[in-house]
Design a protein around this ligand. Structure first.
Ligand code: NAD
Ligand code: MG
Length: 398
Protein backbone atom coordinates (compact mmCIF):
# COMPACT_ATOMS: atom_id res chain seq x y z
CA UNK A 1 0.00 0.00 0.00
CA UNK A 2 1.41 3.43 -0.86
CA UNK A 3 1.92 5.81 2.03
CA UNK A 4 -0.51 8.72 2.10
CA UNK A 5 1.23 12.02 2.84
CA UNK A 6 -0.44 14.94 4.61
CA UNK A 7 -1.16 17.82 2.25
CA UNK A 8 1.44 20.58 2.10
CA UNK A 9 0.17 23.68 3.89
CA UNK A 10 0.46 26.79 1.73
CA UNK A 11 0.43 30.51 2.54
CA UNK A 12 0.01 32.91 -0.39
CA UNK A 13 1.28 36.50 0.03
CA UNK A 14 -0.33 38.67 -2.67
CA UNK A 15 -3.18 36.19 -3.18
CA UNK A 16 -5.50 38.61 -5.03
CA UNK A 17 -2.88 39.50 -7.66
CA UNK A 18 -2.04 37.98 -11.00
CA UNK A 19 0.59 35.51 -9.69
CA UNK A 20 -1.46 34.82 -6.55
CA UNK A 21 -4.50 33.82 -8.60
CA UNK A 22 -2.45 31.69 -11.01
CA UNK A 23 -0.98 29.91 -7.98
CA UNK A 24 -4.41 29.22 -6.51
CA UNK A 25 -5.55 27.93 -9.90
CA UNK A 26 -2.75 25.31 -9.86
CA UNK A 27 -3.38 24.45 -6.20
CA UNK A 28 -7.10 23.92 -6.90
CA UNK A 29 -6.15 21.20 -9.40
CA UNK A 30 -4.38 19.20 -6.63
CA UNK A 31 -6.56 19.22 -3.51
CA UNK A 32 -4.97 15.99 -2.25
CA UNK A 33 -1.47 17.53 -2.26
CA UNK A 34 -2.08 21.12 -1.10
CA UNK A 35 -4.12 22.87 1.51
CA UNK A 36 -4.40 26.67 1.54
CA UNK A 37 -3.73 27.63 5.16
CA UNK A 38 -3.44 31.43 4.92
CA UNK A 39 -3.88 34.19 2.33
CA UNK A 40 -2.66 37.80 2.37
CA UNK A 41 -3.36 40.85 0.22
CA UNK A 42 -3.36 44.64 0.26
CA UNK A 43 -6.92 46.07 0.41
CA UNK A 44 -9.11 44.31 -2.14
CA UNK A 45 -11.50 42.88 0.43
CA UNK A 46 -14.06 41.77 -2.21
CA UNK A 47 -11.36 39.83 -4.11
CA UNK A 48 -10.17 38.29 -0.86
CA UNK A 49 -13.70 37.35 0.19
CA UNK A 50 -14.13 35.27 -2.98
CA UNK A 51 -10.78 33.51 -2.41
CA UNK A 52 -11.49 32.88 1.27
CA UNK A 53 -14.85 31.30 0.42
CA UNK A 54 -13.32 29.13 -2.27
CA UNK A 55 -10.22 27.96 -0.34
CA UNK A 56 -11.37 28.13 3.31
CA UNK A 57 -7.99 29.12 4.83
CA UNK A 58 -7.45 29.19 8.62
CA UNK A 59 -6.88 32.93 8.40
CA UNK A 60 -6.27 35.86 6.07
CA UNK A 61 -4.19 39.02 6.44
CA UNK A 62 -5.08 42.39 4.92
CA UNK A 63 -2.58 45.26 4.78
CA UNK A 64 -4.78 47.62 6.81
CA UNK A 65 -7.48 47.44 9.46
CA UNK A 66 -10.05 49.21 7.28
CA UNK A 67 -9.91 46.45 4.65
CA UNK A 68 -9.84 43.80 7.39
CA UNK A 69 -13.02 45.23 8.96
CA UNK A 70 -14.83 45.10 5.59
CA UNK A 71 -13.71 41.52 5.11
CA UNK A 72 -14.79 40.42 8.62
CA UNK A 73 -18.23 41.80 7.88
CA UNK A 74 -18.39 40.06 4.48
CA UNK A 75 -17.27 36.74 5.98
CA UNK A 76 -19.50 36.90 9.06
CA UNK A 77 -21.34 33.75 7.93
CA UNK A 78 -18.04 31.80 7.52
CA UNK A 79 -17.06 30.66 10.97
CA UNK A 80 -13.45 29.67 11.47
CA UNK A 81 -11.73 32.11 9.07
CA UNK A 82 -9.84 34.67 11.15
CA UNK A 83 -8.98 38.06 9.62
CA UNK A 84 -5.82 39.87 10.73
CA UNK A 85 -4.29 43.12 9.52
CA UNK A 86 -1.09 45.12 9.26
CA UNK A 87 2.55 44.60 8.33
CA UNK A 88 3.37 42.71 11.56
CA UNK A 89 0.59 40.21 10.89
CA UNK A 90 1.97 39.74 7.38
CA UNK A 91 5.45 38.97 8.73
CA UNK A 92 3.97 36.64 11.38
CA UNK A 93 2.06 34.76 8.66
CA UNK A 94 5.23 34.30 6.59
CA UNK A 95 6.98 32.71 9.58
CA UNK A 96 3.97 30.81 10.96
CA UNK A 97 4.86 27.18 11.85
CA UNK A 98 1.46 26.00 10.51
CA UNK A 99 2.63 26.91 6.99
CA UNK A 100 5.13 24.76 5.03
CA UNK A 101 5.34 26.72 1.76
CA UNK A 102 5.12 30.47 1.30
CA UNK A 103 4.31 31.92 -2.11
CA UNK A 104 5.93 35.39 -2.18
CA UNK A 105 3.78 37.22 -4.75
CA UNK A 106 3.42 40.71 -3.28
CA UNK A 107 4.51 43.42 -5.71
CA UNK A 108 7.37 45.75 -4.79
CA UNK A 109 9.43 46.59 -1.72
CA UNK A 110 6.34 46.02 0.47
CA UNK A 111 6.95 42.28 0.13
CA UNK A 112 10.52 42.22 1.44
CA UNK A 113 10.01 41.94 5.25
CA UNK A 114 7.59 39.01 4.88
CA UNK A 115 9.79 37.33 2.30
CA UNK A 116 12.79 37.56 4.65
CA UNK A 117 10.72 36.27 7.56
CA UNK A 118 9.73 33.20 5.52
CA UNK A 119 13.37 32.57 4.57
CA UNK A 120 14.59 32.98 8.15
CA UNK A 121 11.90 30.53 9.29
CA UNK A 122 13.35 27.92 6.92
CA UNK A 123 10.30 27.60 4.68
CA UNK A 124 10.04 26.50 1.10
CA UNK A 125 9.55 29.81 -0.72
CA UNK A 126 8.13 30.19 -4.21
CA UNK A 127 9.58 33.57 -5.10
CA UNK A 128 7.85 35.91 -7.58
CA UNK A 129 8.54 39.16 -5.68
CA UNK A 130 11.73 40.04 -7.62
CA UNK A 131 11.99 43.44 -5.90
CA UNK A 132 12.84 41.60 -2.65
CA UNK A 133 15.90 40.02 -4.29
CA UNK A 134 16.87 43.29 -5.98
CA UNK A 135 16.82 45.04 -2.61
CA UNK A 136 18.23 42.36 -0.36
CA UNK A 137 19.61 39.50 -2.43
CA UNK A 138 22.69 38.86 -0.28
CA UNK A 139 20.67 38.98 2.91
CA UNK A 140 18.03 36.57 1.59
CA UNK A 141 20.51 34.08 0.16
CA UNK A 142 22.66 34.09 3.32
CA UNK A 143 19.55 33.68 5.49
CA UNK A 144 18.41 30.73 3.33
CA UNK A 145 21.78 28.98 3.68
CA UNK A 146 21.65 29.49 7.47
CA UNK A 147 18.02 28.38 8.00
CA UNK A 148 17.85 25.64 5.37
CA UNK A 149 15.08 27.45 3.49
CA UNK A 150 14.55 26.47 -0.13
CA UNK A 151 14.08 29.38 -2.53
CA UNK A 152 12.41 28.31 -5.77
CA UNK A 153 12.12 31.06 -8.40
CA UNK A 154 8.78 31.36 -10.18
CA UNK A 155 9.66 34.42 -12.26
CA UNK A 156 9.47 32.57 -15.60
CA UNK A 157 13.05 33.29 -16.78
CA UNK A 158 14.62 32.34 -13.45
CA UNK A 159 12.47 29.28 -13.21
CA UNK A 160 13.69 28.39 -16.72
CA UNK A 161 17.31 28.76 -15.58
CA UNK A 162 16.58 26.67 -12.49
CA UNK A 163 15.27 23.92 -14.78
CA UNK A 164 18.38 24.04 -17.01
CA UNK A 165 20.88 23.76 -14.13
CA UNK A 166 21.72 20.82 -11.87
CA UNK A 167 20.43 21.58 -8.36
CA UNK A 168 20.95 19.99 -4.95
CA UNK A 169 18.24 18.93 -2.52
CA UNK A 170 17.94 22.47 -1.13
CA UNK A 171 17.42 23.80 -4.65
CA UNK A 172 20.91 25.36 -4.81
CA UNK A 173 22.21 25.37 -8.40
CA UNK A 174 25.65 24.01 -9.36
CA UNK A 175 27.21 26.45 -11.83
CA UNK A 176 30.24 24.34 -12.72
CA UNK A 177 31.02 24.81 -16.41
CA UNK A 178 28.48 27.60 -16.89
CA UNK A 179 29.73 30.41 -19.11
CA UNK A 180 26.63 32.56 -19.47
CA UNK A 181 23.01 32.77 -18.36
CA UNK A 182 20.56 34.18 -20.91
CA UNK A 183 17.23 35.79 -20.08
CA UNK A 184 14.79 36.34 -22.90
CA UNK A 185 12.67 39.51 -23.11
CA UNK A 186 9.64 40.05 -25.33
CA UNK A 187 10.56 43.71 -25.82
CA UNK A 188 7.11 44.69 -24.51
CA UNK A 189 4.48 46.72 -26.36
CA UNK A 190 6.94 49.35 -27.69
CA UNK A 191 9.63 47.18 -29.23
CA UNK A 192 8.94 48.60 -32.66
CA UNK A 193 7.26 51.92 -31.86
CA UNK A 194 8.98 55.06 -33.14
CA UNK A 195 11.03 56.29 -30.12
CA UNK A 196 10.06 59.88 -30.94
CA UNK A 197 6.43 59.01 -30.02
CA UNK A 198 7.20 57.45 -26.61
CA UNK A 199 6.40 60.80 -24.97
CA UNK A 200 2.69 60.32 -25.71
CA UNK A 201 2.34 56.74 -24.48
CA UNK A 202 -0.84 56.24 -22.40
CA UNK A 203 -1.25 54.01 -19.34
CA UNK A 204 -3.57 51.76 -21.35
CA UNK A 205 -1.00 51.34 -24.14
CA UNK A 206 1.83 50.64 -21.68
CA UNK A 207 -0.24 48.04 -19.77
CA UNK A 208 -1.16 46.14 -22.96
CA UNK A 209 1.61 43.57 -22.95
CA UNK A 210 1.71 41.53 -26.17
CA UNK A 211 2.18 38.10 -24.53
CA UNK A 212 1.49 38.15 -20.76
CA UNK A 213 -1.47 39.29 -18.60
CA UNK A 214 0.13 40.70 -15.43
CA UNK A 215 -0.29 43.27 -12.64
CA UNK A 216 0.04 46.96 -13.55
CA UNK A 217 3.47 47.63 -12.08
CA UNK A 218 5.24 44.75 -13.81
CA UNK A 219 3.39 45.60 -17.05
CA UNK A 220 4.88 49.13 -17.00
CA UNK A 221 8.27 47.66 -16.04
CA UNK A 222 8.00 45.41 -19.11
CA UNK A 223 7.18 48.37 -21.34
CA UNK A 224 10.28 50.31 -20.12
CA UNK A 225 12.28 47.05 -19.92
CA UNK A 226 13.15 47.89 -16.31
CA UNK A 227 11.58 44.48 -15.69
CA UNK A 228 14.46 42.83 -17.55
CA UNK A 229 16.94 45.07 -15.70
CA UNK A 230 15.47 43.93 -12.36
CA UNK A 231 15.62 40.35 -13.64
CA UNK A 232 19.32 40.60 -14.50
CA UNK A 233 19.91 41.69 -10.88
CA UNK A 234 17.59 38.92 -9.65
CA UNK A 235 19.53 36.29 -11.62
CA UNK A 236 22.92 37.51 -10.32
CA UNK A 237 21.66 37.41 -6.73
CA UNK A 238 19.91 34.04 -7.04
CA UNK A 239 22.72 32.21 -8.82
CA UNK A 240 25.71 34.14 -7.40
CA UNK A 241 27.14 35.31 -10.72
CA UNK A 242 28.64 38.69 -11.72
CA UNK A 243 26.71 41.03 -14.05
CA UNK A 244 28.92 40.14 -17.02
CA UNK A 245 27.68 36.52 -16.95
CA UNK A 246 23.98 37.36 -17.31
CA UNK A 247 22.82 38.49 -20.75
CA UNK A 248 19.51 39.50 -22.31
CA UNK A 249 18.20 38.61 -25.75
CA UNK A 250 14.95 39.84 -27.29
CA UNK A 251 12.59 37.02 -28.19
CA UNK A 252 9.21 38.45 -29.26
CA UNK A 253 7.25 35.18 -28.97
CA UNK A 254 8.03 34.64 -25.21
CA UNK A 255 8.14 30.86 -25.63
CA UNK A 256 11.82 30.32 -24.78
CA UNK A 257 12.16 31.78 -21.27
CA UNK A 258 15.86 31.31 -20.51
CA UNK A 259 19.01 29.55 -21.65
CA UNK A 260 22.14 28.28 -19.92
CA UNK A 261 25.30 28.40 -22.02
CA UNK A 262 27.97 25.91 -20.95
CA UNK A 263 31.72 26.10 -21.52
CA UNK A 264 31.65 23.36 -24.17
CA UNK A 265 29.32 25.32 -26.47
CA UNK A 266 26.10 23.59 -25.37
CA UNK A 267 23.11 25.79 -24.65
CA UNK A 268 20.11 24.40 -22.74
CA UNK A 269 16.84 26.25 -23.14
CA UNK A 270 13.52 26.03 -21.31
CA UNK A 271 10.37 26.50 -23.39
CA UNK A 272 6.71 26.74 -22.48
CA UNK A 273 3.57 28.74 -23.12
CA UNK A 274 3.54 32.30 -21.74
CA UNK A 275 1.40 31.29 -18.77
CA UNK A 276 2.65 31.65 -15.19
CA UNK A 277 0.96 28.41 -14.18
CA UNK A 278 3.82 26.54 -15.89
CA UNK A 279 6.68 27.87 -13.68
CA UNK A 280 4.37 27.93 -10.64
CA UNK A 281 3.48 24.23 -11.04
CA UNK A 282 7.17 23.36 -11.57
CA UNK A 283 8.16 25.05 -8.31
CA UNK A 284 5.12 23.89 -6.35
CA UNK A 285 5.69 20.26 -7.25
CA UNK A 286 9.51 20.25 -7.30
CA UNK A 287 11.10 17.77 -7.54
CA UNK A 288 7.87 16.13 -8.79
CA UNK A 289 6.09 17.26 -11.94
CA UNK A 290 2.43 18.32 -11.66
CA UNK A 291 -0.33 19.10 -14.13
CA UNK A 292 -0.51 22.90 -14.45
CA UNK A 293 -3.58 23.15 -16.67
CA UNK A 294 -1.36 24.29 -19.56
CA UNK A 295 -0.44 22.14 -22.57
CA UNK A 296 3.00 21.81 -24.14
CA UNK A 297 3.84 23.81 -27.27
CA UNK A 298 2.91 22.72 -30.77
CA UNK A 299 6.25 23.64 -32.35
CA UNK A 300 5.31 22.77 -35.92
CA UNK A 301 2.37 25.17 -35.74
CA UNK A 302 4.51 27.89 -34.14
CA UNK A 303 6.98 27.41 -36.96
CA UNK A 304 9.72 29.88 -36.08
CA UNK A 305 11.26 31.61 -33.11
CA UNK A 306 13.09 34.94 -33.40
CA UNK A 307 15.99 36.32 -31.37
CA UNK A 308 17.32 39.89 -31.58
CA UNK A 309 19.75 42.07 -29.62
CA UNK A 310 18.18 44.52 -27.12
CA UNK A 311 18.04 48.19 -28.15
CA UNK A 312 19.78 50.03 -25.28
CA UNK A 313 18.94 53.49 -26.67
CA UNK A 314 15.23 52.79 -26.80
CA UNK A 315 15.26 51.15 -23.37
CA UNK A 316 17.63 53.14 -21.09
CA UNK A 317 16.25 51.42 -17.94
CA UNK A 318 18.07 48.22 -18.82
CA UNK A 319 21.40 50.08 -18.77
CA UNK A 320 20.51 51.87 -15.52
CA UNK A 321 19.84 48.54 -13.83
CA UNK A 322 23.14 47.07 -15.01
CA UNK A 323 25.01 50.16 -13.84
CA UNK A 324 23.42 49.94 -10.37
CA UNK A 325 24.19 46.22 -10.17
CA UNK A 326 27.84 46.85 -10.93
CA UNK A 327 28.04 49.82 -8.55
CA UNK A 328 26.74 48.37 -5.25
CA UNK A 329 23.86 46.64 -3.46
CA UNK A 330 22.78 50.07 -2.12
CA UNK A 331 22.46 51.39 -5.67
CA UNK A 332 20.07 48.57 -6.58
CA UNK A 333 17.91 49.43 -3.55
CA UNK A 334 17.69 53.05 -4.75
CA UNK A 335 17.09 51.96 -8.35
CA UNK A 336 14.13 49.85 -7.29
CA UNK A 337 12.67 52.54 -5.02
CA UNK A 338 13.02 55.30 -7.64
CA UNK A 339 11.45 53.02 -10.23
CA UNK A 340 8.46 52.27 -7.95
CA UNK A 341 7.92 56.02 -7.40
CA UNK A 342 8.26 56.86 -11.11
CA UNK A 343 5.97 54.02 -12.24
CA UNK A 344 3.32 55.07 -9.73
CA UNK A 345 3.54 58.66 -11.02
CA UNK A 346 3.14 57.40 -14.60
CA UNK A 347 0.12 55.30 -13.56
CA UNK A 348 -1.36 58.42 -11.90
CA UNK A 349 -0.79 60.24 -15.18
CA UNK A 350 1.53 62.79 -13.60
CA UNK A 351 4.76 61.64 -15.32
CA UNK A 352 5.41 61.04 -19.00
CA UNK A 353 6.37 57.49 -19.99
CA UNK A 354 9.65 58.59 -21.58
CA UNK A 355 10.67 60.41 -18.38
CA UNK A 356 10.60 57.35 -16.10
CA UNK A 357 14.26 56.55 -16.82
CA UNK A 358 15.28 60.20 -16.28
CA UNK A 359 13.71 60.29 -12.80
CA UNK A 360 15.50 57.07 -11.82
CA UNK A 361 18.86 58.21 -13.20
CA UNK A 362 18.64 61.61 -11.50
CA UNK A 363 17.61 60.01 -8.17
CA UNK A 364 20.56 57.62 -8.22
CA UNK A 365 22.93 60.49 -9.02
CA UNK A 366 21.74 62.43 -5.93
CA UNK A 367 22.78 59.69 -3.52
CA UNK A 368 25.71 58.00 -1.83
CA UNK A 369 25.00 54.25 -1.98
CA UNK A 370 27.21 52.76 0.71
CA UNK A 371 24.81 50.84 2.97
CA UNK A 372 24.98 48.02 5.43
CA UNK A 373 23.15 44.87 4.28
CA UNK A 374 20.91 44.57 7.41
CA UNK A 375 17.17 44.84 6.69
CA UNK A 376 16.73 48.14 8.61
CA UNK A 377 19.60 49.82 6.74
CA UNK A 378 18.23 48.65 3.39
CA UNK A 379 14.73 49.90 4.23
CA UNK A 380 16.15 53.28 5.32
CA UNK A 381 18.03 53.59 2.04
CA UNK A 382 14.82 52.68 0.20
CA UNK A 383 13.00 55.48 2.06
CA UNK A 384 15.73 58.04 1.29
CA UNK A 385 15.56 57.12 -2.39
CA UNK A 386 11.76 57.53 -2.39
CA UNK A 387 12.06 61.03 -0.90
CA UNK A 388 14.69 61.96 -3.51
CA UNK A 389 12.63 60.48 -6.34
CA UNK A 390 9.60 62.53 -5.21
CA UNK A 391 11.79 65.61 -5.32
CA UNK A 392 12.86 64.70 -8.86
CA UNK A 393 9.24 64.18 -9.84
CA UNK A 394 8.40 67.78 -9.04
CA UNK A 395 10.93 68.79 -11.71
CA UNK A 396 10.02 66.12 -14.29
CA UNK A 397 6.24 65.95 -13.92
CA UNK A 398 4.03 67.20 -16.70
P1 NAD B 1 -0.41 42.30 -8.87
O1 NAD B 1 -0.42 43.78 -8.79
O2 NAD B 1 -1.36 41.62 -9.79
O3 NAD B 1 -0.63 41.69 -7.41
C1 NAD B 1 0.09 42.15 -6.31
C2 NAD B 1 -0.44 41.51 -5.03
O4 NAD B 1 0.30 42.07 -3.92
C3 NAD B 1 -1.91 41.78 -4.76
O5 NAD B 1 -2.49 40.64 -4.17
C4 NAD B 1 -1.88 42.91 -3.74
O6 NAD B 1 -3.02 42.93 -2.90
C5 NAD B 1 -0.63 42.55 -2.95
N1 NAD B 1 -0.02 43.69 -2.26
C6 NAD B 1 0.42 44.84 -2.82
N2 NAD B 1 0.91 45.65 -1.86
C7 NAD B 1 0.78 45.00 -0.69
C8 NAD B 1 1.07 45.34 0.67
N3 NAD B 1 1.59 46.52 1.01
N4 NAD B 1 0.79 44.41 1.62
C9 NAD B 1 0.25 43.22 1.28
N5 NAD B 1 -0.06 42.86 0.03
C10 NAD B 1 0.20 43.75 -0.94
O7 NAD B 1 1.09 41.89 -9.21
P2 NAD B 1 1.61 40.57 -9.96
O8 NAD B 1 1.66 40.82 -11.40
O9 NAD B 1 0.92 39.37 -9.43
O10 NAD B 1 3.15 40.55 -9.48
C11 NAD B 1 3.52 40.15 -8.17
C12 NAD B 1 5.03 39.98 -8.12
O11 NAD B 1 5.39 38.92 -9.00
C13 NAD B 1 5.81 41.20 -8.62
O12 NAD B 1 6.99 41.32 -7.89
C14 NAD B 1 6.12 40.87 -10.07
O13 NAD B 1 7.29 41.49 -10.53
C15 NAD B 1 6.31 39.35 -9.97
N6 NAD B 1 6.06 38.63 -11.23
C16 NAD B 1 4.82 38.71 -11.81
C17 NAD B 1 4.57 38.01 -12.99
C18 NAD B 1 3.21 38.02 -13.64
O14 NAD B 1 3.01 37.34 -14.64
N7 NAD B 1 2.25 38.77 -13.13
C19 NAD B 1 5.59 37.27 -13.59
C20 NAD B 1 6.84 37.22 -12.98
C21 NAD B 1 7.06 37.90 -11.78
MG1 MG C 1 9.97 37.43 -15.75
Amino acid sequence: MSERKDPQRIGVLGATGSVGKSTLDVIAQHPERYQVTALAAHQDSAGMEALARAFQPQYVVMANEHAARDLRRALSDCRGIEVHSGPEALVAMAADPVIDTVVAAIVGAAGLPACLAAVEAGKRILLANKEALVMAGDLLIRAARASGATILPIDSEHNGLFQCLPVDRQGVADLTGVEQLWLTASGGPFRERDPATLSSVTVEQACAHPNWAMGQKISIDSATMMNKGLEVIEACRLFGLPAAQVSVVIHPQSLVHALVQYRDGSMLAQLGAADMRVPIAQALGWPDRLQSGVSGLDLATIGSLEFLPPDDQRFPCLGLARQALIESPGATVALNAANEVAVEAFLNRSLRFDRIAGVIDATLAMMEHKVDTALEALLEHDQRARVNAQQQLSQWSQ
